[in-house]
Design a protein around this ligand. Structure first.
Ligand code: ADP
Ligand code: ZN
Ligand code: ZN
Length: 804
């Protein structure tokens, strides 16, 4: 038919930052839509790409055809496609890689090889159908593939001499392999997460399967598979086999529907009500608007969020809530399930691909109108979006540390802008950027200045560890005041949390004779001693080695463990309080998300007296019986050469302090430090955000850092130090003389001069306007492309969270 689209432009996850035009086989012409994923040949490979548009303009030169359509419905709707284009442009990332990061369903596809017919192969297969030699394995392979693409493992099972046959067909150009696509086995979720239901009977089943079927027949309805296992032996294995025979139906259960303490909705107090009224009024107007909900720790921000979501639903719109990586515990999820039964979808990186895909579909179909998610959930296929909440908006985990290096909060604001939705950014310690935006009128400030039920803010005391040393003449980990405070908690049956934001046992190992510090073989950092493993570990690349018995440099035997880590805090606490029940929460102590939740739940239930940990324990948890928070050293991180060091320290101390005294009994916070006069520590001790903000914004203005300039961190890296150096110099010359409106710092060796054997050189660009910065970054990317640099050797980080 005239006017039918014949071609499609496809964005592929390759560093070449441009769409590619493909022809569409006739059968697909009406089915391919923008936003659908397709398999496309690219060079000798087959790649999964995303269709940007379909059209009738023949490209110049030869055209190849797409091999297969992967989605009958677009994986990204038009709104998300637009958002993807904005992200690619704003964060200087290739569009194909950006779009791939936005489509979770890649997860449905398992690594492995899948074969499909090429156009030529299809023609041959059609001929074969007209009658041919049944026994020819090559012919039967083509015939099988003519119905649909099939996995290599399946074909090899079914076809005689499969491997060789496939190889030869591929060589002849009749079939093509795609190396990521194999349909995901839908039965991989664990028994706890599966529901099982009876479908039908069959003859001659093994005993375990027969018994399971009988049980299900006698107990109609759907059951949790793990629970069934208590009655029927081997139920889990039998269930999977029966599901393959389609005699039972297995579905993945939505996450822990009934976890966590039950919270009844509270009537809002006047401050909460005032904040909520503003949000509701904005929702009613159905226009974009961003609020910053600044509420001190324990002021009841969550209750405001829940009410706002309710209001959005009442208007027939959906709501998306983003939480930091570590913030999505069953307790948090539980509140949402309770408040919005059956309407909540949870997207979390700890879920397996299946679970994520299932939640994704529930969102897509509109069944789930409330989405709670971590960073990448900002791309959830929510339609009719009315509200986005970003909880703990200052949290660093919102920034993605690989391409595309987007900031989830800022993308949320952009998405809401496009959708005409309302944004609520919440925090007790807002980022300087967000708070500044309320001052300039871009965002609207809503404040909760008091804790719920007028509970007092915790009382904070600074302990000067230099003074402590002068008085005791001992380099102790715990001051006398902290020991006394913990003792008192143990006597009263109250709980304590002790924070040290550094894992491991000793932060470095040094020789007392010559001063040599043991460094990583691949990175320019010292190795951290982990006592449990009796090894020294690099926190950047995971390189590890045994502790040397003698100094590798001078051969002396005076090897010393210096610096403090959370593992050692735990060990010393065990020494000081042998009867106390102590748990530790840091990346070494836990093995995945479930451990994390088990430890936290145990602490909440009173199984432990003391919880020791890194920043993991500082965030969001609401544990009423904690009346003491001790910061073992407030100085970790303060000395880093990073303009956010003070901000981060202030946030961490304030958030950690906020864990104390959330129940009936008031709490105290003890902060040990050797920098008691530093403004970040002083302001945290006073729990005074405003004072910190004023000091810090003054520095930012004076030094021209965000929010007063748009910043980009540029790293040129490579295994060959000389080459990386000369490339960074060449890049520096592109920026000489300094382009108008841009300040260039560097190039110079990066603060972390070597990571994972890559030498790193750094440049920092500051610009008064975004537009100008974006143009100049474009110039740099074009230069690197023209010079044919390997795409990983130039890293551009727009709005960096860290300069290290
Ligand atoms: P934040 O996130 O601001 O630190 P939360 O939202 O965790 O504070 O609230 C702290 C506690 O106060 C929670 O246990 C919550 O159930 C309770 N709470 C919230 N709002 C009210 C209210 N209006 N009346 C009584 N309790 C409330
Ligand atoms: Zn030595
Ligand atoms: Zn290393």
């Amino acid at each position: 038919m005239p006017g039918d689209p014949l071609y499609c432009d496809v964005s592929l996850p390759v560093p070449l930052d441009q769409p590619f035009t493909y022809g569409m086989p006739e059968t697909l012409r009406h089915r391919v839509q923008p936003g659908c994923r397709v398999l496309a040949p690219f060079g000798t490979r087959t790649l999964t790409g995303l269709v940007l548009k379909t059209h009738t303009d023949p490209p110049s030169g030869t055209v190849r055809e797409i091999l297969r359509l992967l989605d009958e419905e677009p994986a990204l709707d038009d709104e998300l496609l637009q958002l993807g284009k904005w992200i690619a442009d704003f964060y200087c990332a290739p569009l194909g890689e950006t779009l791939r990061a936005m489509t979770p369903l890649a997860g449905e596809i398992r690594r492995g090889k899948v074969y499909s017919l090429t156009k030529q192969g299809r023609d041959v297969a059609r001929q074969l159908h007209l009658g041919s030699d049944e026994a020819d394995p090559a012919a039967s392979a083509l015939r099988m593939l003519d119905t649909r693409p099939l996995s290599a493992s399946y074909l090899k099972q079914k076809i005689q001499n499969g491997a060789a046959v496939l190889k030869s067909l591929e060589k002849k150009g009749f079939i093509a392999a795609e190396d990521v696509a194999a349909e995901r086995d839908p039965l991989r979720a664990s028994a706890e997460r599966l529901r099982i239901e009876f479908v039908g009977r069959a003859e001659k089943l093994p005993k375990a399967e027969r018994e399971l079927l009988s049980y299900l027949e006698l107990h109609p309805g759907s059951h949790n598979l793990a629970e069934v296992e208590a009655f029927v032996a081997k139920a889990s294995t039998a269930a999977r086999s029966l599901a393959r025979k389609e005699l039972v139906r297995l579905t993945v259960e939505a996450m822990a529907e009934n976890h966590g303490p039950i919270r009844t909705p509270h009537p809002l107090n006047p401050q909460q009500q005032a904040a909520f009224d503003c949000i509701r009024a904005a929702l009613d107007r159905k226009q974009y608007r961003t609020f910053l909900l600044q509420g001190v720790t324990g002021s009841g921000k969550t209750e405001v969020y829940l009410n706002a979501i309710e209001a959005a639903l009442a208007l027939g719109r959906s709501a998306l809530m983003l939480v930091p990586e570590i913030g999505l515990t069953p307790a948090v999820a539980g509140q949402f399930y309770q408040r919005f039964p059956k309407r909540v979808a949870i997207l979390h990186s700890a879920f397996n691909d299946n679970e994520r895909a299932q939640e994704w579909r529930r969102i897509r179909s509109g069944e789930a109108a409330v989405v709670v998610a971590t960073r990448s959930g900002v791309f959830a296929p929510v339609s009719n979006l009315g509200l986005i909440i970003v909880d703990e908006e200052h949290d660093q985990s919102y920034k993605q540390q690989e391409t595309p290096r987007y900031h989830g909060r800022d993308v949320a604001v952009m998405r809401a802008h496009q959708a005409g939705a309302v944004v609520v950014l919440g925090s007790a310690t807002p980022s300087l950027e967000s708070r500044y935006n309320t001052e300039s009128g871009k965002y609207t400030l809503l404040e909760l200045t008091q804790r719920i039920e007028r509970r007092p803010m915790p009382q904070v005391e600074l302990i000067d560890m230099r003074q402590e040393f002068l008085e005791t003449r001992k380099h102790a980990t715990f001051s006398r005041a902290l020991i006394d405070a913990v003792t008192a908690r143990l006597d009263n049956g109250e709980q304590s949390m002790l924070l040290l934001n550094r894992r491991g046992f000793s932060s470095f190992v040094a020789c007392r004779a010559c001063g040599e510090r043991v460094e990583c073989a691949n990175c320019s950092v010292t190795l951290t001693y982990h006592r449990r493993d009796r090894r020294m570990l690099c926190h950047y690349c995971n390189y590890s080695e045994r502790v040397p018995e003698r100094c590798p440099k001078c051969d002396s035997e005076y090897i010393q463990f210096m610096g403090l880590g959370s593992e050692r805090v735990e060990a010393e606490l065990n020494g000081a309080f042998p009867k106390a029940r102590i748990a530790r929460l840091d990346r070494d102590a836990i093995n995945g998300k479930r451990d994390y939740e088990t430890i936290l739940a145990g602490f909440r239930d009173g199984d432990y007296d003391i919880l020791v940990g890194t920043q993991m324990i500082a965030k969001g948890h609401d544990i009423p019986n904690v009346t003491l928070v001790g910061i073992v050293s407030a100085d970790v991180g303060l000395g880093l050469p990073d303009f956010r060091a003070a901000e981060r320290t202030f946030q961490l101390l304030t958030q950690a302090g906020g864990r104390a005294g959330r129940g009936e009994t008031p709490g105290i916070v003890l902060i040990q430090t050797i920098n008691p006069d530093h403004y970040a520590i002083q302001c945290a001790a006073a729990q005074d955000y405003q004072a910190f903000y004023e000091k810090e914004i003054h520095f930012r203005r004076a030094l021209n850092y965000p929010p007063f300039a748009a910043l980009a961190n540029i790293i040129v890296q490579g295994r060959d130090e000389e080459e990386a150096l000369s490339r960074s110099a060449a890049l520096g010359r592109v920026l000489q003389p300094s382009p108008e409106g841009i300040r260039v710092m560097g190039p110079a060796a990066a603060a972390m001069a070597r990571i994972k054997n890559e030498y790193r050189f750094q440049m920092l660009l500051k610009s008064a306007t975004r537009k100008r910065l974006n143009q100049v970054l474009g110039d740099l990317r074009r230069f690197a492309a023209a010079e044919k640099w390997n795409p990983t050797s130039l890293v551009i980080d727009v709005d960096p969270m860290t300069l290290l």
